[in-house]
Design a protein around this ligand. Sequence first.
Ligand SMILES: Cc1ncc(C[n+]2csc(CCOP(=O)(O)OP(=O)(O)O)c2C)c(N)n1
Length: 252
Amino acid sequence: MIAKGLQYEGMFAELYARATGYCKGKGGSMHIADQDLGVLGANGIVGGGIPIAAGAALGLRLKGEKHVAVSFFGDGASNEGAFHEGINIAATWKLPAVFVCENNGFAESTPRADHQAVQDIADRAKAYGMPGIVVDGMEPQAVYEVAGEAIARARKGEGPTLIEAKTMRFLGHYVGDPGTAYGHDKEVGKWLKRDPIITFAEVLVKKKWLGKKSIDAIHAKVNEEMEEAIEFARKSPEPELGDAMTDIYASV
Ligand SMILES: Cc1ncc(C[n+]2csc(CCOP(=O)(O)OP(=O)(O)O)c2C)c(N)n1
């Protein structure tokens, strides 16, 4: 969302269910959207964004626009029918789409080995006639490179790519989930050492692309902006009761 240019204020206001949020406080954390910036919204239905991305890619093709639809989802989502249907039609019609599976090893509380026989989800791409690429999701430069190649391929009309970024979530599935019941707490330690926010900052300093002071200044600026956005959200009004039935697709 941030990379696409969304503002922290509208995002925090949405988290706080305030009228100033991106979805006027009716979407919540899972449905933040801004169509003007090309963000069609995340989805509380696991895997739901995959066929939506295929549809968006078809729309781009029909309108003759050179944009690419990108869908992000988890390892659990790659077992959903929506995943298989969505990537199949995208590959068949060579749609300008990129499917990014952020494989963090757990579908909510189910370890990968308990819900998938394959080691690499990228292997599934072959069955649909598209490239499947495994990338180290903790390496920003590696992700940048494979993403660039997939986007170029989509723009050239050569069809979609499935990228599997191996990663790990640092906290539980939700606030209050310690991850102890299903082994997440035992896994996470070694991944924390590879937190790309820390390791990539070290790379930037080592390559002399940024000084340590600049990095500290970025952290300070971001923290300040976060505080301001949270304050904005807290002070914003709640939606009006009379608006309960507006901006929705179905009502009773
Ligand atoms: C269609 C559907 N089935 C089940 C759920 C309940 N659910 C919420 S998150 C989740 C696990 C999703 O796993 P994954 O795609 O790996 O995402 P992550 O655990 O990394 O958030 C499930 C089953 C849901 N939201 N939607």
